[in-house]
Ligand binder design. Structure first.
Ligand SMILES: Cc1ncc(COP(=O)(O)O)c(C=O)c1O
Length: 332
């Protein structure tokens, strides 16, 4: 519905971009979209990349300069790692997932290793995601920001937050923050994925406009109600205590939910859910470092009976596994 509204709002559109953003591919529609995105995210500017992967590679391979450092959460997305690999930062270090003490220790190490950084002459980029969908947890961004500020009082700390899972945090799901002004021109002239790839076609632009309209619509309230119903069913389940190592995130209350499973079980759980008509995704190494998981995505148009059915199948499966598996390590 939103997509057809978005398409018909521009009867003059040309389907393809025709060229890279640097050679005429920055059509009027793309520029308008970037304005819309900047406003939606309460930013000054926005820059459109053809994918989140390209955006991360573009940002991490262009912004950090020799002498700079990148400190990333261990669970940072593959595209962040790839961007770092293509880039020129002199120091790259990881801190333990969402762990402020580990972040402090790494910041100290980086300052000790570089006089330019401790004096504020070079920059430390801190690479994060707002929601880690494979872990089911939200990054403590305000706390991370305050730790970075106190470790780098000269103001040479920059947070880069991946908001791939739009719709989860912030007003209308607009996320924590967007790339500020100042870097845009530099990225446009150096990010290879932007320079050497054709700009977005009109249907892509229209689909993004439609997604933003959906995020601000009543669908979002319905999705929230569905998330609450799912968590209520799981957390109030009579066997919840017995299944206490379930791996289902207790605090995130979001639409993308990882269910950690015992080794060798993620495909079995996925197949069981499939038998009952629920499509989920089984995720194993190397897509995730260690533990297997099944990733569930709730939607605004899921009906309460579907959510109840899903929770029932999930909990029954967990209970069966606990009866037959080696008890101490068994997780849902
Ligand atoms: C955290 C994160 N960052 C980046 C990406 C890449 O985004 P895209 O699929 O638009 O290339 C993904 C994709 O799933 C992601 O989960």
């Amino acid at each position: 519905m939103q997509l057809s509204l978005s398409l018909t709002a521009s009867p003059e559109f040309v389907i393809g971009a025709g060229a890279s953003r640097c050679f005429g591919g920055s059509t009027k529609e793309v520029t308008k979209l970037e304005r819309l995105l900047a406003d939606f995210h309460h930013g000054k500017e926005a820059m459109f990349f053809n994918s989140g992967y390209e955006a991360n590679v573009g940002v991490y391979s262009t912004l950090p300069q020799p002498g700079d450092a990148i400190i990333h959460d261990t669970m940072a997305h593959a595209s962040i790692h790839d961007g770092i690999r293509y880039g020129r930062a002199s120091i790259v270090k990881a801190f333990a997932h969402n762990d402020l003490q580990s972040l402090d220790a790494v910041l100290e190490k980086v300052k000790l290793g570089s006089a330019d950084i401790s004096c504020g002459r070079r920059t430390v980029f801190v690479a994060l995601e707002s929601y880690y969908s494979m872990e089911g947890d939200i990054s403590p961004i305000p706390e991370i920001l305050s730790h970075v500020r106190s470790a780098l009082p000269a103001g040479n700390g920059v947070l880069i937050v991946g908001e791939a899972h739009l719709g989860i945090v912030g007003p209308n799901g607009s996320g924590y923050m967007s790339l500020g002004t100042g870097e845009g021109k530099y990225i446009a002239n150096f990010a290879r994925g932007l320079m050497y790839s054709t700009g977005p076609s009109f249907p892509t632009v229209a689909a993004i406009r439609a997604s933003i309209a959906t995020l601000s619509s009543t669908d979002r309230e319905q999705l929230r109600a569905n998330i609450m119903l799912f968590y209520q069913l799981i957390l109030m389940h009579p066997r919840r205590q017995a299944l206490s190592k379930s791996g289902i995130s207790k605090e995130a209350f979001v639409a993308i939910i990882p269910i950690i499973t015992k080794q060798g079980q993620c495909h079995k759980l996925q197949q069981r859910l499939q038998v009952y008509g629920f499509r989920t995704h089984a995720v194993r190494y190397p897509a995730v470092p260690e533990e297997e998981r099944v990733r569930l995505m709730l939607h605004a148009d899921n009906k309460p009976d579907e959510i109840k059915g899903f929770a029932r199948v999930l909990m029954e499966w967990g209970w069966e596994i606990m009866q037959v598996g080696p008890r101490p390590e068994t997780r849902l």
